[in-house]
Structures are given as C-alpha cells and as structure tokens.
Design a protein around this ligand. Structure first.
Ligand code: PHE
Length: 508
C-alpha cells in the first residue's frame, strides 16, 4: 500500500497512538484514563497499525509486590502485631495472660505478633507484664500501611517489606507487560508532512468560500456511542408526524377533540341504534358519574330523523328507524371509541356553518376499546381519520383518496371490500397484503355518510370519510409481530433501537 493511503487511513486514535508512543510508551490499559479513548477502538487501531508494520509489541518483565492469598485476610482487620499493640496501648499495662482472653486471635498468631513487637522494641515484657513503647507507634502502624500500599499497587516506603515477605503476607512476582513500540517504517511515516495536515471538520462562512481547496476530514462510521447515548423519538411518534405531513400535503387540516366523549357524539349523531348490537362493535369504555353537555337543537334534529326520517326530495329521503329515541341516554360519558366522533364535531362546528366551502379535515388520534390485550390489540388505538366535503363527491372520489394516501405511505398492495357501518352507505373495508403473514389484513374502514347523519345539520351534499388503523399500518411497514413491542408498558427498548427509521420511511 502506498504510504499516502496508509496515512489517510489513520484516524484520530491511530494518530494519538503513534505520536504518543514516540515519546512515551503507551500501555493499552492506560489509554482510557489518559486520552479518554475507548479501549476497544485503540485495540483495533493498534491491530491495524501492527499489521501494517508501523507498530510492534515488545514484552517487558517487571517485578511487582502483591498481597498473597494468605495475606488478604489482614487487609480488613489489620496485621496481628498492630491489633495486639493497639490493645496494649489502650490499656497501658497488660498481663501477658490477659492477652489470650482479650484479643480474639489464635495462639500461634498471637505469639508471632508478640515476637514481632519485641523485635521492633515496641513492647517491654517484665515479669509477665507488658508495657507499650509509645515512640514505636508510627513504626508499628507503618506495617499496616505497607500492606495497604502493596494492595493498591503503590510503592511501599518502609523496610518492613522484607519482614512481610518472610511471613508470607506479601510476595514478589514477575509481571509481563506488553508495550507498543513504533517501528522504523512507522517513524518515517510519522515524519511525513501529510500526517500533519489539519483536516477541516467544521464548515464556516469564512472557509466555505474556498470550498474547492479545503481539505475536509472524511466521515468514517458513526461512533457506536452516539447510538446508545442520543435520545430518539419513538418510531410511532415519527410515523405519526410523517402521516400528518402526508395528510397536510394533500390539503387536509388537522382536527382535535377530547378523549372523553358523550354517547351523543360517539353514537347518536351517527345513527347508531340505541340498545342495538351496532354499539357493541366498539367495546365501549363507559365512565361513571358526570353528564355531557349536548347541543339541544341538534339533539332534537337527530331524534326526529331517527324516529321518522325525512323527505328532502324524491331522491333524498328516509323513513327513519320508526322507534323511540331516548334523549336521556345521549349524555353519558365514555372514552371516545373512534375519531369519527371528532369528525362529526367538525361537521357541526365548521362544515355546517360554511356549507358553500369545500373542506378537508384529518386527525391522527386515539380511540379506546375495552378489549383484551394481545399481540394485535391494545386498549387504545390510533386512527387516521379523514373527511372530505365538496360538490358532487362519489364513492370513486373516496377510493381515489384512499389509494393516494396508502401510496404515499408506501403500501401499494391494497384492496377494497363492501362492508357495513351504521353511518355510511356504501361502506368500504380496506385490506392490505402483509408479505410477512402472507395474507390480507383489515387496515381501515370508510364510506359515504348516510343522508340521515347529515340531515340534522342541514347538509345535503355528500361527505366521504375514512378511518385507518395506524398501528396496523406501521406493522406492515416494519414487519413487527407484536404490537406491544411498539409502545406501552411492555416495549423492549432494544427492539425500538433496531428499527431503522430511515429504512421504514424512505418512501415518503
Ligand atoms: N369509524 C370507523 C372505525 O372506527 C372508520 C370510519 C370512519 C368508517 C369514517 C367510515 C367513515 O373503524
């Protein structure tokens, strides 16, 4: 390999490794402390430099002191002579025999300790009585200090070392250490002027003017540490904001409403029959206590259409359900079961008040269902709701919007199937093909609102609308088996990290 290329290959780690080795041999274990570099990175660099013959390893043998396995037990309690001396000092004068009862230590150890203290002239024994020799205190305590110093890898500065070695408490051992040493070739390359080129790693208004002549630092891989330290948005959060962007780009305006809703906006306004299994489709979560406010005039209109229908023209008429509508059941509080409740609030607040203006609204928001959690169901789901109000809308327009949206998200293989909703006619279920499960999945529902649902607002034009399941869509995109991996209390953060959002959303 050409020298120039080799130099180019060297990254920051190599540079430090090489240049510091020149003056001071670098022990790999010191790298982290000294340079704040990751040891693994340095080892990789070293390996590369070794294979290029720029570095070599030399082994050196060093003799070091070490506490023996036997000596370890004194690290905590202190050496026996120190403990005995302590006792003697505290009592000033001690009967020789008393020691055996007072210092918990076996006899041989005690005798040895007394021997050491005598040798150090730290005690005097006279007629079975022991007195401490206080000037020797520092010397005796020094014994423990030696032991601690050896344990901490420091150089002990007391001649008692040999005594402790003799007693088998510390020992000298040979330790082999590997040193990196730069080779002649390495030295030559280091001197190469190219190595000293200061690459630019930040562009600024002043240097960018001369961009053609800049020596820019090349990007290597993104350091692993950045992946683990940087905060990230949950993939679902990202997905939702991309869906919102997609809807906005199609000219839709976002709607908002509350999670807590009334039975009126969730059911009645959409002509769900009272006391009818239609309402069970959603496994509604009912809330205790409290009553919702329901607009009186609208409630009256809904009741009328529900009971008797209406006659606007020969082609726009209904016979109603011909059953009683109980208004006292309309103000119960529930957790919104679908975001179509939001759609009807907007039909009321905006569309019915500007009947000449076309309108397109959307929301990406939660619906709540009293279901058992499993790999495809949570108690809450995000729905992508869309609603279009315009002249002469037909089911073909609806199909067009659905196809356009799924295409934008990057899901091409979809099909539509007739279905039933109390509030739409015709109604279309949307199915998408899952390559992973190798079958068609229900991913959404849609339709043209029934005239009965619009009559109470005085609306005679068609409105088309849909609700897509966000989680199903995301699962199709990232091929996830269990919805609980995505969010909620059971998410696995490592799985979330693995989902490379750039790959998932590249089609947008
Ligand atoms: N509300 C329906 C659902 O929860 C979706 C839908 C919205 C259907 C609008 C038709 C029209 O599945």
């Amino acid at each position: 390999m050409e020298e120039k290329n080799i130099v180019k290959m060297l990254n920051k780690v190599d540079k430090i490794l090489l240049s510091s080795i020149e003056t001071n041999e670098l022990f790999s274990s010191e790298v982290e402390l000294k340079y704040g570099l990751e040891r693994a990175a340095v080892i990789n660099s070293a390996r590369k430099l070794l294979s290029l013959g720029l570095l070599k390893i030399e082994s050196i043998t060093e003799t070091v002191l070490r506490v023996t396995p036997f000596g370890k037990k004194y690290l905590k309690d202190g050496l026996p002579e120190c403990r005995v001396f302590d006792f003697v000092k505290r009592n000033n004068l001690v009967e020789y025999k008393q020691l055996f009862f007072s210092v918990p230590m076996d006899k041989d150890e005690l005798n040895a300790a007394i021997g050491v203290l005598k040798r150090l002239s730290a005690i005097t024994i006279d007629g079975g009585k022991i007195t401490p020799n206080l000037e020797k205190s520092a010397m005796v305590d020094g014994q423990n200090a030696v032991l601690q110093a050896v344990e901490n890898g420091q150089e002990p500065n007391y001649e008692g070392v040999n005594d402790l070695i003799r007693r088998g408490i510390i020992e000298r051992v040979n330790e082999i250490r590997d040193k990196f040493v730069i080779t002649q070739t390495g030295l030559k390359i280091l001197k190469d002027s190219e190595f000293d080129v200061d690459y630019i790693d930040k562009l600024s208004p002043s240097n960018i003017k001369d961009w053609k002549n800049l020596k820019l630092r090349e990007y290597t891989e993104k350091p692993e540490i950045l992946n683990s330290l940087s905060g990230k948005l949950n993939v679902k959060t990202k997905f939702i904001s991309l869906i919102k962007d997609a809807m906005s780009s199609m000219g839709f305006v976002e709607m908002h409403s509350n999670y807590v809703e009334s039975t009126f906006w969730n059911f009645d306004v959409m002509m769900f029959r009272q006391d009818h299994p239609d309402r069970d489709i959603q496994d509604t979560v009912y809330l205790n206590g409290g009553k919702a406010h329901v607009p009186a005039k609208l409630l009256k209109n809904v009741k009328e259409v529900y009971e008797k229908g209406f006659f606007s023209s020969k082609y726009n008429r209904s016979i109603g359900y011909r059953r009683k509508f109980d208004t006292s059941k309309s103000n119960s509080l529930i957790m919104r079961g679908h975001t179509t409740a939001t759609t009807f609030r907007y039909i009321h607040d905006f569309i019915s008040k500007n009947k000449d203006k076309p309108a397109k609204f959307f929301s990406v928001d939660k619906g709540f269902r009293n279901e058992t959690m499993d790999n495809t169901h949570l108690l809450e789901l995000y729905q992508i709701e869309g609603v279009v109000y315009d002249d002469n809308l037909t089911v073909s327009d609806l199909i067009g919007y659905i196809k356009q949206f799924y295409k934008k998200i990057g899901i091409e293989k979809i099909r539509l199937k007739p279905t039933y909703n109390p509030y739409t006619e015709p109604s279309l279920e949307i199915q998408a093909f899952s390559p992973k499960l190798k079958r068609w999945l229900e991913v959404g529902n849609s339709g043209v609102f029934r005239p009965e649902t619009l009559k109470p607002f005085g609306i005679t034009k068609n409105i088309v609308a849909w609700g897509f399941g966000m989680e199903r869509m995301l699962n199709l995109k990232i091929g996830m088996a269990d919805i609980r991996d995505l969010y909620g209390a059971y998410t696995d953060i490592d799985i979330l990290r693995e989902i490379e959002s750039a790959r998932v959303f590249s089609e947008f």
